[in-house]
Ligand binder design. Structure first.
Ligand SMILES: [Zn+2]
Length: 644
């Protein structure tokens, strides 16, 4: 979320000359409900309700998140919505970004919370959170009815006047998007019919908002962060078959941002990262719903560019929430305020879309990188979430407080930790794709097929898939052979090794008559390797399989203000400068095995080898209260010069 102090204020006024009116007649494509949603050949995720996590590190995190969400009450979440609608409320409001004076209030309370509750119901059958979600939807519906203009938010529509008048305002459509998305999730994942009706009202209000506003003025207004307004409006169009929502989605497009990407130009430097990733998710949905390939090309180019040239090793991007340097130049950027967690959440959403078009294992490798290193581990035992992901040496993880912060990353984290099961399996027709190695069960009722994935991955270097089938059927099961594994990877069917294996970084298709009781055993050896920081050949991180390793630099601060932040601020106060990166006893060109060694024993433990100070290393996701360093200073190599 763009920090309030960094927002760009509009310097325009309504009613400028040269009008290009956006109105109800600007029809684009006529849709019928869900038309174009299943183009031939595309991979599709299974409905979340078909997949259940089994006990393991992800299930544990899902349950912690659910307990945190259950600790929040509907009356308190609804407080600012009710006051805005003129309905009395004596509830104690939440604080931070949900304070009754904050211009983002409602983003979590009526947005992320709804999405997370819906996901928790679909993903784990959490009836408590479903009931909370239903109660919240009816409370929101009552507020919308009382306001009477189809508008709904926890702040008055006056903030949208500020936007059109060029007055100071934080990001009114950002919050509006979260509420609409929460309502659609409640509708799609739990079947709440009222939620769709409320969202439709909001969609109509948003559509009409831009009537009479010139194209130029609208483009200036769109410089203010608006989340995924284009995405949620495309989703509404696909759900209802009403093309006016597609028109409305187009009004949130910015040619100044999209055109260079369509021309495969990276002009991202200077932009606020998490403002822009959701816009590309909207473009991805526009491709899926309209079939216009230009949107697909934009999304694919953008994602390739960010993942390859703007991401840190943990699978996330941004410096001070922005892309501050040219592509491929992250040298000198290792500080506390990098890799805002929302960035990983949104990049992973985009990776799912692009993967569904291409079936390219590369995107599931990237997804796994972020999942294991930048999502797992960013929640503490109380369900509190991280905002930034410090990558300078000697820092530690800090979290939001339970009731006084409510950052954007609290919200996206609450969603993420309720939907770990949504990308494990995809299908294309009757083919199945096993994308991720999480202990889980896929129950494909229509096909009479159940797949149980039994694994302690990444503790275990592989997984086992057990087939339970009501009738034998010929189908292809595609197993991801990750880019990080070795040529010793192996697959056994009912104990018999397959002679063939796919190259690391692709899928192995296994076509046969599958019968009840069949098992697929997948062995995926991990090895040590290192990855350079883009733009600096003297700085590297160590990895083991998909896991980023972190050097343990000793106990973190014990005092709560440094560990849990009790305000809307996102960085601990009085932060001390980072320490120097630990020195690796090897050159950047050396093999990682020269300077890191695997410690014997059942746990994933490592140590630095060679001369110099000794460090113990663990997978980054296991770092909790410790100070750490992910990056190392290598003995040779140099910073690359940036283009002028
Ligand atoms: Zn965030």
């Amino acid at each position: 979320m763009m920090n309030r102090s960094r927002r760009n204020f509009l310097k325009t006024s309504a009613g400028a000359a040269g009008l290009c009116l956006i109105g109800p007649s600007a029809a684009v494509q006529a849709l019928t409900p869900n038309e174009h949603e299943h183009p031939v050949g595309r991979l599709e995720p299974f409905p979340l309700a078909s997949v259940r996590l089994s006990p393991g590190i992800f299930k544990e995190q899902e349950e912690i998140n659910a307990r945190y969400l259950e600790s929040l009450t509907v009356d308190r979440l609804l407080h600012s919505f009710r006051l805005t609608a003129g309905i009395s409320s004596s509830a104690t409001p939440y604080k931070g970004w949900e304070e009754p004076t904050c211009e983002l209030r409602g983003h979590f309370a009526g947005g992320h919370y709804l999405s997370a509750a819906a996901l928790a119901w679909a993903g784990s059958g959490n009836a408590v959170l479903k009931a909370r979600g239903d109660e919240l939807v009816s409370g929101l519906a009552a507020c919308q009815k009382k306001i009477g203009t189809r508008y709904l938010s926890a702040y008055p529509a006056e903030l949208f006047d500020h936007l059109s008048q060029g007055k100071a305002v934080w990001a009114p459509f950002y919050t509006y998007h979260k509420i609409m998305a929460g309502l659609l999730d409640m509708h799609q994942l739990t079947g709440n019919a009222d939620a769709l009706q409320v969202a439709e009202g909001m969609g109509q209000w948003a559509h009409e908002y831009f009537w009479g506003i010139s194209r130029d003025q609208r483009q200036r207004m769109l410089r203010t962060e608006y989340g995924g307004m284009n995405e949620v409006l495309v989703n509404l169009a696909a759900l209802t078959g009403k093309d006016r929502y597609l028109d409305a989605a187009h009004t949130f497009e910015q040619p100044g941002f999209l055109d260079p990407l369509a021309a495969r130009l990276d002009e991202l430097q200077g932009l606020h990262a998490n403002t822009h990733v959701p816009k590309i998710i909207g473009a991805a949905r526009m491709y899926e719903v309209t079939g216009d390939r230009r949107y697909r090309e934009i999304a694919e180019y953008f994602l390739s560019e960010v993942v390859a040239r703007r991401n840190y090793v943990i699978g996330n991007t941004s410096q001070d929430e922005h892309w501050k340097s040219p592509a491929g130049h992250l040298e000198g950027t290792l500080v506390w305020t990098i890799a805002e967690c929302c960035g990983a959440y949104n990049l992973m959403k985009l990776q799912r879309h692009v993967f569904s078009w291409t079936g390219d294992a590369h995107w599931m490798d990237a997804y796994e990188r972020a999942l294991f290193n930048c999502r797992l581990g960013t929640q503490n035992a109380q369900g509190l979430k991280q905002y930034f992901f410090p990558l300078a040496a000697g820092y530690w993880r800090a979290y939001n407080s339970a009731e006084e912060s409510f950052w954007c990353c609290t919200g996206t984290g609450a969603e993420e930790f309720a939907k770990f099961a949504d990308t494990i399996y995809f299908h294309r027709g009757s083919d199945i794709f096993v994308n991720q190695f999480l202990a889980s069960t896929l129950d494909w009722k229509e096909e009479g097929l159940l797949i149980e994935q039994v694994t302690r991955f990444p503790q275990e270097q592989g997984t086992t898939l057990k087939i339970k089938s009501s009738r034998p059927a010929v189908r292809t099961i595609h197993v991801r052979i990750p880019g990080w594994t070795t040529e010793a990877a192996q697959i056994r069917i009912n104990g018999q090794p397959l002679e063939e294996i796919a190259d690391p970084g692709s899928y192995l298709p296994i076509r046969r008559l599958w019968k009840d009781g069949d098992t697929i055993s997948v062995s995926l050896p991990m090895e040590l390797r290192q990855e350079l920081l883009p733009g600096d050949d003297s700085v590297a991180a160590a990895l083991y399989g998909p896991l980023v390793l972190a050097a343990d630099l000793g106990a973190g601060p014990a005092d709560e203000p440094n560990r849990v932040i009790h305000s809307g601020e996102t960085v601990p106060k009085n932060l001390q400068p980072a320490v120097a990166l630990p020195n690796a006893a090897a050159a950047a060109s050396d093999d990682a095995k020269k300077w890191i060694q695997i410690e014997p024993g059942p746990e994933l433990r490592f140590s630095s080898a060679g001369e110099g100070a000794k460090y113990n290393l663990v997978p980054m996701y296991q770092i909790d209260a410790q100070r750490y360093s992910v990056y190392w200073q290598m003995q040779s190599g140099k910073k690359q010069s940036q283009p002028a």
